[in-house]
Design a protein around this ligand. Structure first.
Ligand code: GDP
Length: 195
């Protein structure tokens, strides 16, 4: 997709603040610092529309970005941030669960994982949750530039095995540094948007 226009719309803390209208939404989830903002910025070809965070996980909001006035990227707060209280984690979970389960505009969720490491327990929980509610999933294994090319397949396999990925779901190898995987990621997302 050629992105001509990308605008930050709102950091929403409740569903009353979610944008009106029927444009499709694609949510992005991942643990803090995994490279979620960089993924969004790489896809839309902007340096810093989505804030790359030095303070991981502090924002407990859903951030909506309107792309080409055609669809929204919805940045979900990074999970697995150890420094938030149990209570905060619970309220984080409820807000996100409600959004994922009840938002008719939601077309699918991108889970971003780090290609270098096996997905975490939180990644697994998110994947299982989405499968349970039959929400389409795309897995992006980012930071591929940090792994030698000859080991890419091995790491993709570890990612797939750890998440127990269903054969119908894809893992796309990605790097915000080199742009590898950008076209493939767009192809998958365009299917969701035009569905
Ligand atoms: P977020 O917290 O998930 O939004 O993560 P960010 O996008 O802010 O990225 C966290 C850190 O990882 C930053 O220092 C980024 O520059 C770095 N990073 C993100 N993606 C990549 C990538 O594909 N390759 C490399 N080498 N670094 C990355």
């Amino acid at each position: 997709m050629k992105v001509k226009d990308a605008q930050f719309i709102i950091s929403a803390v409740s569903n009353a603040q979610y944008p009106d209208g029927n444009l499709p939404e694609i949510a992005l989830a991942g643990r803090s610092n995994v490279g979620k903002s960089s993924f969004i910025n790489t896809l839309i070809g902007r340096k810093s529309l989505a804030r790359t965070s030095s303070k991981p996980g502090k924002t407990q909001t859903l951030n909506f970005y309107l792309i080409n006035e055609q669809f929204y990227f919805v940045d979900v707060p990074g999970y697995g941030y150890a420094k938030v209280s149990k209570k905060q984690r619970e309220s984080w979970g409820k807000m996100i669960e409600k959004y994922l389960m009840e938002r008719p505009q939601l077309k699918g969720v991108v889970i971003i994982v780090d290609l270098r490491h096996p997905p975490t327990e939180d990644d697994r929980l998110m994947y299982d949750f989405l499968k349970h509610y039959q929400i389409p999933v795309l897995i992006i294994a980012t930071k591929a530039d940090k792994i030698p090319r000859g080991k890419w397949n091995k790491h993709v396999k570890i990612t797939m095995d750890t998440l127990d990925v269903e054969p119908s779901d894809s893992v796309v190898l990605f790097s915000s540094e080199t742009g590898v995987g950008k076209e493939e990621a767009w192809r998958k997302l365009e299917n969701w948007i035009s569905d």
